[in-house]
Each structure stands twice: as C-alpha cells, then as structure tokens.
Design a protein around this ligand. Sequence first.
Ligand code: V0D
Length: 253
Amino acid sequence: MTMAGNKRELEPGGLTAGKKIPRHVAIIMDGNGRWAKKRYLPRIAGHRAGMKTMRKIVEFANEIGVGILSLYAFSTENWKRPPREVDFLMRLPEEYLQRELPLLIEKNIVVSIMGEPAGLPARTQKAIDTALEKTRGNTGMILNFAFNYGGRTEIIHAVKTLCSEIVYGHLHVDEITEDMFGKYLYSGGMPDPDLLIRPSGELRISNFLLWQLAYTELWFTDVLWPDFEKEHFWEAVLEYQQRERRFGGVSKF
Ligand code: V0D
C-alpha cells in the first residue's frame, strides 16, 4: 500500500512532492445495484452503501487538495428505473445534505450542481438550493453533483441558449469559439476534468461530460462503487501523475 491516509507522505519531500494533484476529478459512481445483488440485498441497500463511499471520497479528495470533484449520481436515463427506486434515490440528496452540510461548510467546500433541476421533487430542489446558498461564499473545493444530467442534453441546452442570443442580436455566429461554447455548459467556466474515474468494470463514458472529457485521462477499475476506498482513489491519482510525467512537458495532443 502506497498511501493509507498518511498525511506526512503528502507534505513537501513526500510522495507527491513536485507532482500535481489533478485539479478536477470526475467520478461515475457506478456498481451500487450490482453490489447489492451479489449480497442478495435490495438495490436500495446498494445506493446507501454507495452514499457512504461518497462521503469518504469527498473528504479524501478535499484532504489531498483536489480543486473540483464532479460526481455523477443520477442521469436523465435513470428515470426509467422502477418508480420505488427513483423515489428512494430522490430522497438521497436531501438526506445527504441534511447530514453533511454542516461538515461541508466547516471544510469550506462549495456545493454546485450540473443538470436540470426542473422536474425534481420540490423537497429535493429545496435541499439543493439551501446547500448552494449556504456554501456560495466558500473558497475551498467545489463539490459538483451531476444530477438529472445528460451530456447530450447539456450540449443541446447550450446550443439553444447560444441560438437565442444570436436571434436577439446579442451575438454573431463568427464569435462562437470552443472557449465561449464551454461557458454555456452547466460547468460554465470550470476547467475540464483532468481525471475521470469509473468503477465497476464498465468501460464507457455513458453520456457524462461529453464535451469536457475531450482530453481527460480515463481510469477504470472493476471494484464496485460501494467497495471503492481512498486507496483506489489514490491509485488513480498516482497513475495520473505517472502519465503526466511520461509526457514531461511535451504536448499530448
Ligand atoms: C445513490 C452513490 C448524494 C450513487 C451515492 C438521486 C447512487 C448515493 C446525492 C446528492 C445518490 C445529489 C445532489 C446533491 C447532494 C447530494 C445523490 C443521487 C444518488 C441521485 F446536491 N448521494 N446521491 N444523488 N446516491
């Protein structure tokens, strides 16, 4: 084991000396249902275990100095799941925030959301609004939940906004650039992810951050999200640093 939560290794001269912690890490929190099935537990138990993992990983990412942590929790496609499961999932943001918000505030974390809040239950929206409002002034890690999110939907949403600006004469077609297009996405103005982590053995992007992942390092593991530990996160960071070093200042593209 290289890391085991030993803080000293992270200080100057230690393991990460001179190596960059990825500024923006994105995670697809997949494998909760499968984790439950393997144990003959209801899927709900898997989501609960997944939330516990999420709390640990948020804390760890914050400790090692990640700037932005983007978590994929619920996609637009997830609405097709059994209604009782959707119902349960919809209560999780509220439950999570009720429990964690004081800690997030104490750690100077900023809560942020990417996705379509419309169509969510009012209570869920309220809990999220409160969290956004109470952490708006913080200056630490940005904890960015992709919620009711779809990558293609996000791009279409940006295109529509752009088009209406053109129709209203506020913008000219020739002014559209990659940089400015990025500002119309939910992630508007955030730097793109440096590292994407996908657990549970699937080797796909699954409509997550389609535009933003153009140059991102991808890291996959067979470990299911509820079994995912700080050590796995650290392994992904080390692998990221090795890939960075291999390029050693030479452009990747
Ligand atoms: C279930 C593992 C926190 C993934 C984590 C409804 C599956 C636990 C949130 C959350 C979910 C979302 C927004 C927000 C604050 C918290 C969450 C969902 C699922 C989708 F502002 N956990 N969590 N959202 N699970």
